[in-house]
Write a protein that binds this ligand. Structure first.
Ligand code: ADP
Ligand code: MG
Length: 201
């Protein structure tokens, strides 16, 4: 079973990975956006780490709900509300159980990803974070490592895509040939999940 500490660690490992990869995320966003994705994510997840340490939420659902709320209030870009919604909705779906199964997490995360799709109006192939999140959620039914693999593959698969949502869509054909920054950060969050679960990095 995955307990509150597991979810707290998922968020702190995510913050560490985002911090380490922030320059890369910003470089990717410089190519097809406005060069702020790394700083947005770094600021947001630093705030998440801080608020979790201060408030010490007592259930898996409360950890993700608080983290999501914090992202929404600290990240101004498109990614803040989208990732905030992902974590809040996933947390809400987990309810107030003190620990959840891998299968329950997979189901809750699927609800979170569906909420991101609803909020942003994007679908698979639009060159967004969903291109990493959708395959990851599907593979989570198999294992954490399969989810990480699927997210990484999904992020790389955005390179030849034409952006249809968000800032990159303003570039039209010029968005082709670059990896989507949000799909890349989404793969980091799934990598953090697999690492927390004990899989190899
Ligand atoms: P902004 O675009 O406001 O500068 P960020 O740079 O932080 O925000 O995030 C950009 C990322 O957000 C994109 O790479 C993409 O993955 C994701 N994104 C943007 N719009 C959408 C959307 N409508 N649905 C899903 N993801 C989106
Ligand atoms: Mg940006």
């Amino acid at each position: 079973m995955l307990d509150t500490d597991f979810f707290h660690r998922w968020m702190t490992v995510s913050a560490a990975l985002v911090d380490r990869e922030a320059d890369r995320l910003t470089d990717l966003d410089a190519a097809i956006g406005d060069a702020d994705h790394g700083s947005n994510m770094r600021r947001g997840f630093a705030a998440v780490t801080k608020v979790l340490a201060e408030e010490g939420p007592g259930t898996p659902g409360a950890v993700l709900t608080l983290a999501g709320r914090q992202l929404i209030s600290t990240v101004g870009g498109a990614s803040g509300p989208l990732y905030g919604t992902l974590l809040r909705r996933t947390g809400k779906a987990l309810g107030d159980a003190p620990a959840v199964s891998e299968r329950e997490l997979a189901g809750a995360l699927a609800e979170g990803v569906a909420a991101v799709a609803q909020l942003g109006g994007a679908k698979a192939g639009d060159k967004t974070m969903l291109d990493a999140l959708l395959p990851a959620v599907e593979a989570l039914g198999t294992s954490f490592d399969a989810a990480r693999e699927a997210a990484d593959t999904g992020a790389v698969a955005t390179v030849p895509m034409l952006a249809r949502k968000g800032r990159a869509s303003y570039l039209g054909e010029r968005s082709v040939g670059h990896q989507d920054p949000g799909a890349t950060s989404a793969a980091l969050l799934i990598t953090a999940l697999a690492e927390t679960a004990g899989g190899a990095a």
